[in-house]
Design a protein around this ligand. Structure first.
Ligand code: AMP
Ligand code: TRP
Length: 339
């Protein structure tokens, strides 16, 4: 099938069930997904095979349990299974199969250049080879659905560009097969920084070790409040937007991303006022977003039959789209028998 007979453009994205989701995942990814649902045809997967690239994730978090948690958080954030296909990556075997083909097409040098590989491999004493070939699996996720747009936070832009380059290389080698995807990065909230250290990106793994680093989507209100009130600002005490430190900019950015304003507009209201006012209002703004999300999450976890039903139906719909694309790619790449 070519893309031209589709009514709507497609998006595909995913989050790894590798730890507790935080406000960076919410603003960088989930909020965009939620808001795109009527415009696009949507595929959102829980990328459990990506979480396996750091095998410690399996032991630390209980990967199968985390997969359900992340799926429930998609729905609790407003992803509507009637409008979006929600599924688990490992349940659609086309992802693993195409990943192998793309691993063979992706030059080693391209993979070695990825900044996320460099950071993650520097941090670990032993790394599995999957950490290196991870972007080929991500390219498979995207290309199987002929996605036009891939809504993600800024840290994933490089991987999507790689997916695009791998698709173009495959097409050059084997003939036109894949559609070239584009990254879609939100204007505000694409790179939320740690509240305890505004020089470091807010991350799931640090959040689990360092209280006060992240705002976890499922953190109780008192924990969220404490993290925000203790967030690093700078030595001043009143907001001066023109010279704001990274910590202050981060708080204003989180605020603006949630209220769908520009950071300038938010900052203008707090200019010359003590940081305490900004922080106190930020607690309220974050709570207004998280209170209904937590409530919906609790409801969803209390009804596993519903959640499993959504994921079963999602996997079936995903297979119906992915399998024919995989079949085409295999023929193009010369796999299987000549007939
Ligand atoms: P990950 O936590 O690596 O599975 O990322 C899932 C999604 O959240 C991806 O689209 C990331 O780009 C996005 N994301 C992760 N961390 C942040 C952050 N600190 N700020 C904004 N977006 C983020
Ligand atoms: N690598 C992404 C991350 O860590 C997760 C991911 C896997 C993804 N496959 C994807 C994102 C496909 C977008 C599209 O955040």
């Amino acid at each position: 099938m070519s893309g031209s007979d589709r009514r709507k453009l497609r998006v595909l994205s995913g989050v790894q069930p590798s730890g507790s989701l935080h406000i960076g995942n919410y603003l960088g990814a989930l909020v965009q997904w939620r808001d795109l649902q009527d415009t696009y045809e949507n595929f959102f997967c829980v990328v459990d095979m990506h979480a396996l690239t750091v095998p410690e994730n399996v032991r630390a978090a209980g990967l199968r349990e985390k997969t359900l948690e992340v799926a429930a958080l998609y729905l609790a954030s407003g992803i509507d299974p009637a409008r979006s296909t929600v599924f688990v990556q490992s349940e659609v075997s086309a992802h693993a199969e195409l990943a192998w083909v793309l691993t063979c097409v992706a030059p080693l040098g391209w993979l070695q250049r990825m900044t996320q590989f460099k950071t993650k491999s520097d941090a670990a004493s032993t790394v599995g080879s999957g950490l290196l070939t991870y972007p080929a699996l991500m390219a498979a996720d995207i290309l199987l659905y002929e996605a036009d747009q891939v809504p993600v936070g800024a840290d994933q832009k490089q991987h999507i560009e790689l997916a695009r380059d791998v698709a173009a290389r495959f097409n050059d080698l084997f003939g036109p097969t894949f559609k070239l995807p584009n990254p879609m990065i939100p204007p505000t909230g694409a790179r939320v920084m740690g509240l305890d250290d505004p020089a470091a990106k807010m991350s799931k793994s640090t959040g689990e070790k360092a209280p006060g680093h992240a705002i976890g989507l499922l953190d109780p209100p008192n924990v969220v409040k404490k993290a925000i009130m203790r967030a690093v600002t700078d030595t001043g005490s009143e907001l001066n937007w023109a010279e704001a430190s990274p910590g202050v900019k981060n708080l204003v950015t989180i605020f603006a991303a949630i209220t769908a304003e520009t950071p300038d507009a938010v900052a203008a209201r707090y200019e010359g006022r003590g940081y305490g006012y900004l922080k106190k209002d930020l607690v309220d703004v974050v709570e207004a977003a998280l209170t209904p999300l937590r409530a919906r999450y609790t409801e969803l976890r209390a009804d596993p039959t519903y959640l499993h039903g959504v994921l079963d139906a999602g996997a079936e719909r995903a297979r119906a789209v992915a399998d024919p694309v995989l079949a085409r790619a295999k023929v193009a790449a010369g796999l299987g028998r000549a007939r």
